[in-house]
Design a protein around this ligand. Sequence first.
Ligand code: MLC
Ligand code: AMP
Length: 501
Amino acid sequence: MNDNLFARLTSRLPGHHDRVLMETDAGTRYTWNDLDRITARFAGVFAGHGLSPGDRLAAQVDKSPESLFLYLACLRYGLIFLPLNTAYQHNELAYLVGDAEPGLVVGRPDRESVLRPLLAADMHFYTLDGGGGGNFIEAANSAEPFTDCRPLDSDDTAAIVYTSGTTGRPKGAMITHGNLASNAGTLVETWGFSEDDVLLHVLPLFHVHGLFVACHCVLWSRASMRFLQQAGTDNIIQFMPAATVMMGVPTHYTRLLGSERFDRESCRNMRLFISGSAPLSPQIFEEFEQRTGHVILERYGMTETGMNTSNPLDGARVPGTVGLPLPGVELRIIKPDGRQAGADEIGVLQVKGPNVFKGYWRQPDKTAEEFTGDGWFITGDLASRDNNGYIRIEGRHKDLIISGGYNVYPKEIELCIDAMPGVVESAVVGLPDPDFGEAVCAVVVREPGSTLFESEVIDHVKQEMASYKAPKSVRFVDELPRNTMGKVQKNVLRDEIVGEG
Ligand code: MLC
Ligand code: AMP
C-alpha cells in the first residue's frame, strides 16, 4: 500500500470525477478531475528540474485554488511543502529559506525582488499570483505531466511548518504523511463529514488550520468547498447559505456577530461551526447560540500535533473547554512536581499519538527538549481536566501571544525593539482585545533624553517583520518590574496596564 497522503486522498475520488471539489467566490469551479490534471502538470515542473522526493518547495503565495493544488502536487511527487505566511518580510524569509534550503521557491510576483536574492544558485524561482497566473503556470502548461503518485512511507515528511520559539529562532516542524492521514480520518469521523457537506473555507492556506484541518476533511470525506479568496465578514455572510460547515478562529465568530446582516437565515443550511487556534470566549459562544441557534464546536490543536481534542458532535459542547481527547490521541497533564494532575488541577499538557510530528528540521536538540524521555510531546499549554474528561486550556507555559489565531513570540519583537536607537530594553505582552482576543503591546524603557514615539516603534517593527506582529500599542516606563531572579514579571506588567484601562 502507498502511504503517500495524495494516494490516500485520491483513492477516495468519487466515482464521478467531474464532481465539483471546490468553487471560488468568483464562481470558478474545479472538479476532482481538475485536481488530478493540474497536480500532474505541476508535478511535471518538479520532474523537469530533476527534483527528488524529500526536496523542499517553499511557497509564499496568495490563497487560490492553484496554491492548494501546488501543495497537493508536492504530496503527489514526494516533495516537502513549506507554506510561508504572505506577511513575512525579508529577514523572516531569509532565515526560513536558508534553513530549509528549498530546491524550488514559488512566490507572489510582487515578492520576486525580495525572494530571488535570497536563493542559492541551485534554487529555482517561479511566480504564482492569486488569479492563477504567473510563470509557474506557464511552466506547468508546457511540462510533461507526472501522472504517478510517488510511493512513500507514512513516516516520510509531507510538510515543514515553521513555528517560532521562545528563544526567537523559528523551528520547522516536520509533519509526516502518516500524521496528516491519521488526523484527517479521525476528524472526518468525529465531525461527521460526508459527501453532502460543503465547507465554507475562510482561512489562509499557510497554517495547519486552513491547509490541513479544513482541506483534508473535505478531501478525505469527498465533500466539497466554497473556497473564499476574499474572506472578509461580508463575503463570509454572502456565501454561508451555500455551505454546511465552517471552520474559523474566534475572531471570525466575533466579527460575524458584529454584523447586523448575520442571522439565522444566513445559517439556514449550516450544520456545524468549528472554532480553534485560539481560545473562544464563553461570551461569544453564548451570543452565537442566541443569534443563530448554533452551538460552536471548539477544538484544540497545534502545528506539531495537528488536532488533539474536540468537543463532541453529539453530546455537550461545553463553553470554555476544548472537549475530549480525539480517538487515538493520548493526553496527560503534568504538575510542576512531575506528578499527573488530578481532576481540575492545572499542569502542562503532554500529547502522544499518530498525530504527533516527527521532530524539528535539523534541530535534534530542540526536538529532544520538547519530548519527554518516554515519548510524550510537551505542548507548553497549561490545562486541566474535569470529572467528565473535558479539557480546559488554562493558559500557556510558553511565552506566546495569540492574536487573531496568529502566534506572536514576544522575544522576537523584544529583540527587534531593543535594537532601536534610544531604547534601553523592552518587554512585549498580550493584552485582552475584543477583536483579536489578545493584542500585542510593547512596554519600552527609553534612554535618558530619548524622544522616541509610539508610532516610531510600531513602524520599525512593521519594517522588520510581518505586520501582524507589530505592537498595537506602546507604553513607555522608567523600568521593567523584575523578580528576585532578575526576570521581567510580565504578569505584573500586564495587570498594571489592564488596571490602568
Ligand atoms: C491581520 N492583522 C492582524 C491580524 N490579522 N493583526 C493582529 N493579529 C492578527 N491576527 C493586521 C495586519 O497586519 C494589517 O495591519 C491589518 O490587520 C489588516 O490586515 P488583513 O490581512 O486585511 O486582516 P484581516 O483580513 O482583518 O485578518 C484578520 C483574520 C486573520 C482574523 C481574518 O488574522 C486570519 O485569517 N487569522 C487566522 C490565522 C490562522 O489561520 N491561524 C491558524 C494557525 S494554526 P496593517 O498595519 O498592515 O494594516 C494553529 C493550530 C490550530 O493555530 O489549533 O489551529
Ligand atoms: P500553532 O503553534 O500556531 O499551531 O498554535 C498552537 C497553539 O494555539 C496551541 O499550543 C494553543 O496555545 C493554541 N490553541 C489552539 N487551539 C486552541 C483553543 N481552542 N483554545 C486555546 N488555545 C488554542
